[in-house]
Write a protein that binds this ligand. Structure first.
Ligand code: HSE
Length: 315
């Protein structure tokens, strides 16, 4: 009997919290935007990759991050003197790679959660998150939890400085619609990180602190207009927008035509725009489909905050 685990797409940074804020999203259509992994007993360890974006992954299973997740999970089981059993993992790669939607986090979170379900929840959430961060760092070249944490726990997650806590949930903004427009071109997270300066000015530092603190405060008060008005990125967007064709002019249009905020999802190229009513989100989606999608693999979803996070599909 196999266990099927789904892990949702996420927005890294959410404009105001570079590397420290992330949010899980789910399309209002019910479409599963994320990766699915199924796990079952087997005579030997196996990994099968299927799905729309399977051909974008290395054909050799040893080069797939899911295989590394299996290695890491098993190594930790052995350290805890637990018996390791061979498994067959099937990754349904539904997420485009290099999209800014937390695609690698989806695979990592789904794989590790599927393994933990198989072993009846042997590791606690904290141990799981540490493993997820380690795998994400292996792919992107630096340790950041802003995709794996919301993908795993759901909602809006803030990475706190206490290493014993790592991530804390912030009250999600109700009745907000997040348009996720993936243009169908790729952007490597490593490359997008290299575009950032090593140092920031005192003025930038103050704006960054103010925006993030004000956003978190407004979320706790459930003040949507104020929260959305603080979604300004002074750390990454000014340096990354030039790498993203059509981003700047599209964002300008969206803000002038009713979007409450817009920005780069993670390291891009996906653009997100936030609206406080569905009719406006639908209207702007039409514009984005026509003007921001740039290849056949591009897509757009109107989403809400996914408060559930990774889950078993066949409990
Ligand atoms: N915080 C990361 C970055 C997210 O912006 O580089 C990558 O998806």
């Amino acid at each position: 009997m196999s266990i099927e685990v789904f892990a949702p797409a996420s927005i890294g940074n959410v404009s105001v919290g570079f590397d420290v804020l992330g949010m899980a999203v789910k399309p209002i259509s019910g479409y599963l935007l994320g990766d699915v992994i199924s796990i079952e007993s087997s005579d030997t360890d196996e990994l099968l990759v299927i799905g729309e974006f399977a051909d974008k992954l290395p054909s050799n299973k040893e080069d797939n991050i899911v295989w590394d997740c299996l290695g890491l999970y098993n190594a930790n089981l052995r350290k805890a003197q637990q018996l390791v059993k061979p498994v067959k993992l099937t990754l349904d790669k539904k997420m485009p790679v290099g999209s800014g939607l937390g695609s690698s986090a989806c695979s990592v979170v789904a794989a590790l959660k599927a393994l933990n379900e198989f072993y009846d929840g042997f590791f606690n959430d904290k141990d799981m998150l540490l493993m997820m961060g380690q795998m994400e760092a292996q792919i992107s070249g630096s340790l950041h939890y802003d995709n794996v944490a919301p993908c795993f726990f759901g909602g809006l997650q803030l990475m706190v400085s206490d290493p014993k806590v790592i991530s804390k949930a912030i009250p999600p903004l109700k009745d907000t619609y997040w348009i996720m427009a993936y243009p169908g071109i790729n952007m490597s997270t490593k490359e997008a990180r290299e575009a950032l300066p090593d140092n920031y000015s005192r003025g930038q530092l103050i704006s960054y602190g103010q925006h993030l603190a004000s956003f978190v405060d407004a979320c706790h008060r459930q003040d949507n207009p104020q929260a959305l008005s603080y979604l300004v990125d002074v750390v990454a967007e000014p340096y990354r927008q030039g790498l993203l064709p059509k981003f700047s002019e599209t964002k300008q249009y969206l803000l002038a035509n009713g979007a409450k905020a817009a920005g780069i999802s993670g390291s891009g190229p996906t653009l997100f725009a936030v609206c406080d009513d569905l009719a406006k989100a639908e209207e702007l989606s039409e514009y984005l489909t026509e003007h921001y999608l740039q290849s056949d693999t591009g897509f757009l979803h109107i989403c809400q905050i996914d408060v559930q996070g990774a889950c078993v599909l066949n409990p």
